[in-house]
Design a protein around this ligand. Structure first.
Ligand code: T3D
Length: 258
């Protein structure tokens, strides 16, 4: 399927989704959010796709809600439930690695999208701002969930109160992003990173993601029980047999993702 607001590229088992409204730093229109939901629930969910990269066209990653087309006021709660939250749920629960390639500024709900991905590759040209408070709103689209978990309570509040724009190096030091890459060649390096993930043991990755998601709410007993159950499933996979055979034969494993 083709989309007006997104550009999709497939290379083997890797899928790249480019937010494609560069004139407004890829701000989130109703159409873009609908398209993104459709891709996450459709193309990206297909089992032939084993890793997903989400990045932005032009000099921005995503500047949050499109303030040109959105009327912020009564009804915003419904808009969040209908347009934003399904996208966040899909990102956070898709059973494969979902990587944000933060090529430029990530603001407001654009920051939320980046934080809801499994990990963030950060271009040295990127920057991050909580944004919401700059226009008198509160964090939404999962920012209030992921931000304190990634950077800690005090830092989350400092970033939200100040609304300051954090550069790439500080962002990675704070935990807003995980891998810092040079701006020059960023698009290709990010794509290469995700293509490698797509050749990995996808079922194992999916189960690890489930473990990490559950660890946000489980106590130790709950997590130990989950580990035992999920390890049982992983141990019965074809990829485990291949991983162990490759280790014994001193070669690189050829994982199938199941
Ligand atoms: O109903 C709902 O959907 C509610 C949901 C709300 C969730 C939210 O996300 S609230 C937060 C919304 N986002 C913001 O408040 C951020 C607004 N943008 C900025 O603060 C700045 O643009 C940035 C810090 C992101 C980047 O600054 P800079 O100096 O690098 O770029 P710029 O010159 O400000 O922006 C470039 C263009 O993009 C400019 O257009 P122009 O003048 O060249 O024609 C600017 O108007 C446009 N743009 C930037 N952000 C948005 C936008 N257009 C629409 N919506 C935007 N969010």
């Amino acid at each position: 399927m083709t989309y007006e607001t997104l550009e999709l590229t497939r290379d083997g088992a890797a899928l790249r989704v480019v937010l494609n409204r560069p004139g407004v730093l890829n701000a989130l229109s109703e159409e873009l959010l609908g398209d993104l939901r459709s891709v996450l629930e459709g193309e990206a969910a297909d089992e032939s796709v084993r890793a997903v990269l989400i990045t932005g066209a032009g000099r921005g990653f995503c500047a949050g809600a499109d303030l040109g087309s959105t009327e912020v006021g009564a009804g915003i709660g419904e808009i969040l439930e209908e347009r934003y939250n399904p996208v966040v749920r899909a990102l956070a629960t898709l059973g494969k690695p979902v990587v944000a390639g933060v090529n430029g500024v990530a603001a407001g709900a654009g920051l939320s999208l980046a934080l809801a991905c499994d990990l963030r590759l950060v271009s040295s040209a990127a920057s991050f701002t909580v944004g919401f408070t700059g226009i008198g709103l509160v964090m939404d689209a999962s920012c209030s969930y992921f931000l304190p978990r990634l950077v800690g309570r005090g830092r989350a509040l400092e970033l939200a109160y100040s609304g300051r724009r954090v550069g790439a190096e500080e962002a990675v030091a704070l935990g807003l992003g995980e891998v810092l890459l040079p701006a020059e060649g960023f698009a290709e390096a990010a794509w290469e990173y995700v293509r490698k993930l797509a050749a990995g043991p996808t079922l194992s990755f999916a189960l690890v993601k489930e473990q990490v998601n559950a660890s946000a709410v489980n106590d130790l007993e709950g997590q130990l029980a989950l580990e035992a159950a999920l390890q049982q499933r992983a141990a019965e996979s074809r990829d485990v047999r291949e991983g162990i055979a490759a280790f014994s034969e001193k070669r690189r494993p050829a994982f199938e993702g199941r």
